[in-house]
Design a protein around this ligand. Structure first.
Ligand SMILES: Nc1ncnc2c1ncn2[C@@H]1O[C@H](COP(=O)(O)OP(=O)(O)OP(=O)(O)O)[C@@H](O)[C@H]1O
Length: 249
């Protein structure tokens, strides 16, 4: 009998932060199945961004494992992680404002073999019609939603199997949040596994199938999106008050 394929992304006891003696992420176990879309939720300062940055290799990992399709990636550099199939869209500084849309995509495409770059850029223009409409426009002149689309297109250029986004809706109007989330849902439906950090809890729970809640760097809940949305103690879950027990479905 053949072995089942390893999950796209797993963390085991992940400890990470900015100083070794002051960890922000304090031993988080997380797993996502192929094709799943999962939100990382929690109060301000809970360590959500630090968690995904550690997975993406932009914040130091001090302990535990991160596995991408069964391969250990903790401690690798961001570019090595991208080459193994995981792309990360940071919350800020995710595009080059002074460069045009096309130049932004060309820069991201440098990681690909030369012969594949133009075809992948064309594929992104086919997928993101707003970007294709004016490819020579400076990225700095785009609206917040379009910038987020450009940052996402830069990440998708490398055909990742896992896409990780840090607060893709930050700073956007409710209408644009809806547009960005629908685009992410459509990307997920093409088979890309997605992990996203979100503050916009209600909107996020409408597009993901599952969510985890981090409080003070620890896993507080891991449950189906519908169940979390209907949870009678959602406020308590997010504040981390009440029982110190992990809440399970
Ligand atoms: N570059 C940094 N250097 C040192 N500490 C940092 C740095 N970035 C974040 N922190 C600290 O790490 C903790 C967790 O921050 P993090 O941004 O991961 O939380 P978060 O859950 O994403 O919060 P928010 O929703 O407010 O963005 C906070 O106490 C924060 O001050």
């Amino acid at each position: 009998m053949s072995q089942p394929a390893p999950p796209p992304l797993v963390t085991r006891g992940l400890v990470a932060g900015y100083e070794r003696d002051l960890p922000i992420v304090k031993g988080v176990d997380f797993q996502i199945a192929e094709g799943e879309m999962v939100a990382i939720l929690g109060p301000n300062g809970a360590g959500k961004s630090t968690f995904v940055k550690a997975i993406a290799g932009t914040v130091p990992v001090f302990g535990g494992d991160v596995e991408l399709v069964g391969q250990q990636i903790a401690g690798l550099k961001p570019n090595q992680i991208i080459r193994r199939g995981m792309a990360f869209v940071p919350q800020t500084e995710n595009i080059f404002a002074r460069l045009t849309i096309r130049e932004n995509l060309q820069l991201a495409a440098q990681i690909l073999p030369a012969g594949e770059r133009e075809a992948r850029i064309d594929a992104m223009f086919a997928q993101f019609s707003d970007l294709a409409a004016r490819p020579n426009r400076p990225a700095g002149s785009l609206s917040g939603g379009q910038r987020q689309m450009l940052a996402t297109a830069r990440a998708l250029l490398v055909s990742p199997s896992v896409l990780v986004l840090d607060e893709p809706s930050a700073g956007l109007s409710p209408k644009l949040v809806g547009d960005v989330f629908q685009t992410l849902k459509a990307i997920n439906e093409t088979g890309v596994t997605i992990v996203l950090v979100e503050q916009n809890v209600r909107a996020a729970l409408k597009i993901v199938s599952r969510a985890i809640v981090l409080v003070d760097g620890k896993l507080r809940a891991d449950m189906a999106a519908e169940e979390l949305a209907a949870h009678p103690n959602m406020g308590e879950l997010f504040l981390g008050s009440g029982s110190e027990q992990e809440v399970s479905s």
